[in-house]
Design a protein around this ligand. Structure first.
Ligand SMILES: Cc1cc2nc3c(=O)[nH]c(=O)nc-3n(C[C@H](O)[C@H](O)[C@H](O)COP(=O)(O)OP(=O)(O)OC[C@H]3O[C@@H](n4cnc5c(N)ncnc54)[C@H](O)[C@@H]3O)c2cc1C
Length: 399
């Protein structure tokens, strides 16, 4: 049995507590546009890409037709979304597919967000206009082979050299890297130990730089992640992001990233739940729809409860941020809760489909594995827990 039927939409827009009453018409219209895009462009095409671990250019290129590139940035044609809109975009994309959502999040949020928040006027004017049109793709390289959760301790080094810097080091897991035109390398200055963002243009043709995709991923298979090695890579001084000196400067980008990933986690859970609800109402065993059995209803109610909590948490976090009250702890609590619950919900949804949940045709298996990545990136579950713990107690339990 397959859920796809001619002329029917797969998703229902689950909203048990009427969060919609808080959204403006403009926010709802944008959400509908992204929802339609997911139904028409993503769901019919994504599974073979995911299975082949191939980047879906066919889908990604069409994202430019949506008014979403550049997220909250206003300059140089960027979308100028408000926080709720940013969240709703992540939620709807993630309902359809985690890889497309991550491609968008890395390009628009992490890469363009870093340039928009931390670059000067000249840097923004150089890079953002082409990025808004998806004519140049961005990537954000923080994690290293030996430095993951302790990201502030990156070992990649920048050495002042005449009019520029020489970079040496290695990066790992970098989304979009092998298709990137604008690669931001986060490194520490060899002399001063200050933290900096160095923008490398056309990285795939850059002397001393090698980028190798990582194969064999079990989640988000249709977005490319790479290992990067930097050996005496020259970067002009004009390419060092103007307003970064400390790790905490860059962490502003991560804080907003965690807010977006909390919505992403809610979206992947809602996508799996909506598909499971539809399936269980249609699938009959013992002469009636399986949704009529108490044990299936238990799973459906567990899922609906967690998703409702995730949605309301995201919404309240957007109000906190608008109120200037975003802290590491408030962003991390939402990411911590939602990523954990997304894993739980997608597994329950998968169970509801029995054997049909094991194949990707019905999408849920893909969403379930994408939830594993959400659980780990933008700070692992443990790291986000420890950030909340530190804010609650004033005590650092990281080391
Ligand atoms: C698909 C994917 C895409 C990614 N995209 C990007 C990207 O575009 N750019 C980028 O820079 N990075 C990216 N990352 C990297 C991601 O942010 C890291 O994987 C993450 O920060 C964890 O680092 P690590 O994998 O090195 O795990 P580690 O830090 O080695 O952690 C391993 C385990 O130890 C636990 N642990 C570590 N420290 C502590 C502690 N103090 N107390 C308790 N437990 C602890 C962790 O929670 C985890 O369970 C991506 C990762 C994946 C999987």
């Amino acid at each position: 049995m397959t859920l796809e039927k001619q002329g029917e939409t797969l998703f229902s827009g689950f909203d048990f507590y009427n969060c919609d009453m808080h959204f403006t018409d403009k926010q709802k219209a944008l959400r509908q546009e992204v929802r339609d895009f997911v139904e028409c462009e993503v769901l019919p095409a994504i599974n073979p890409y995911w299975e082949r671990a191939e980047f879906p250019w066919e889908i990604a290129r069409k994202l430019v037709d949506l008014p979403i590139i550049g997220g909250a940035l206003h300059e140089h044609g960027a979308a100028g979304l408000d926080l709720v809109e940013m969240g709703l975009v992540m939620y709807e994309l993630s309902k359809g597919d985690g890889s497309v959502c991550t491609f968008y999040g890395v390009h628009s949020g992490l890469a363009m967000g870093s340039i928009g928040l931390l670059g000067d006027a000249e840097q923004k004017a150089r890079w953002l206009p082409d990025m808004v049109k998806l004519e140049k793709i961005g990537a954000f390289a923080l994690t290293e082979p030996d430095v993951g959760s302790n990201a502030s301790q990156v070992k990649t080094r920048a050495r002042k050299d005449g009019d520029g810097y020489i970079l040496n080091g290695a990066k790992r897991w970098i989304g979009n890297a092998s298709i990137a035109d604008i690669l931001i390398i986060w490194a520490r200055d060899e002399e001063t130990n200050s933290f900096g963002g160095y923008v490398i243009e056309d990285p795939n043709d850059k002397e001393g730089l090698s980028i190798n995709d990582i194969w064999g991923k079990i989640g988000k298979r249709a977005v490319l992640n790479a290992d990067i090695s930097l050996r005496d890579v020259y970067v002009p001084a004009a390419n060092k992001l103007a307003y970064v000196n400390r790790f905490s400067d860059m962490a502003q980008v991560l804080g907003l990233g965690r807010y977006c990933v909390a919505w992403e986690a809610a979206g992947v859970a809602a996508g799996a739940f909506e598909l499971a609800l539809k399936y269980t109402k249609e699938r009959e065993q013992f002469g009636k729809p399986i949704a009529g059995f108490q044990l299936i209803q238990h799973k459906l109610v567990e899922m609906a409860t967690e998703i409702t909590l995730m949605q309301t948490l995201c919404l309240q976090l957007s109000h906190l941020i608008n109120n200037g009250q975003l802290t590491a702890g408030t962003a991390s609590l939402a990411k911590y809760n939602n990523a954990r619950k997304a894993r739980y919900v997608t597994q329950l949804a998968r169970e509801c489909l029995g054997g049909n949940g094991i194949i990707i045709d019905n999408h849920i298996a893909r969403l379930m594995l994408d939830a594993e990545v959400i659980y780990t990136y933008e700070g692992t579950n443990e790291v986000n827990l420890l950030l909340v713990g530190r804010e609650l107690t004033g005590l650092n339990a990281f080391v």
